[in-house]
Design a protein around this ligand. Structure first.
Ligand code: FES
Length: 164
């Protein structure tokens, strides 16, 4: 979790590079998210104050576009490619299997903060379709079953000795 002071400092640096123009709302949200990984409520308030627009307008834009995240990423971020090649080779089934297994929808983070799930357009390795990425690791030619198996080592307590 990012400390409040770090969030405030990162925000101040970002805002310093922008003019007070409501046309800058989306670029600002994008840059804040690129820096913090998501859009904390206090960041949206700060942006609203900076642009002198109602917070509800910032909230409206942030919730309208599915590129924006309102919750932090999980410790293990899972990306399921839904570009054409991956979609045609079963990307949707992989996403559904992971949504079922993690009990979250794409764009969400598990309540324990261990996993987050995201659907994206082509990630540039269509020859390996369908592709899923967990953290930094690319999983080629994924299937729903392989996806369920792939997340097992990332589950909390996986490596821990069973209690006696
Ligand atoms: S469509 Fe998935 S990597 Fe290109």
């Amino acid at each position: 979790m990012i400390a409040k002071e770090q969030t405030g400092q990162a925000l101040a640096e970002i805002l310093a590079a922008y003019k007070k123009d409501r046309g800058n709302l989306i670029p600002l949200l994008q840059e804040v998210q690129a820096n913090l990984g998501y859009l904390p409520r206090e960041a949206m308030q700060t942006i609203a104050d900076f642009l002198e627009i109602p917070q509800v307008e910032v909230w409206g834009v942030a919730t309208f576009y599915n590129q924006f995240r309102l919750v932090p990423l999980g410790e293990h971020h899972i990306v399921v490619c839904m570009g054409t090649a991956c979609h045609l080779t079963g990307g949707k089934l992989i996403l559904e299997a992971l949504e079922r297994e993690l009990d979250i929808k794409a764009g969400e983070t598990t309540p324990d903060g261990n996993f987050s799930l995201e659907r994206v357009a082509c990630i540039g390795c269509c020859m390996l379709a369908p592709v899923t990425v967990i953290g930094e690791k690319i999983y080629p030619r994924m299937t729903p079953f392989k996806a369920e198996e792939a997340i097992i080592p990332y589950k909390r307590g996986y490596d821990e000795e069973p209690e006696h």
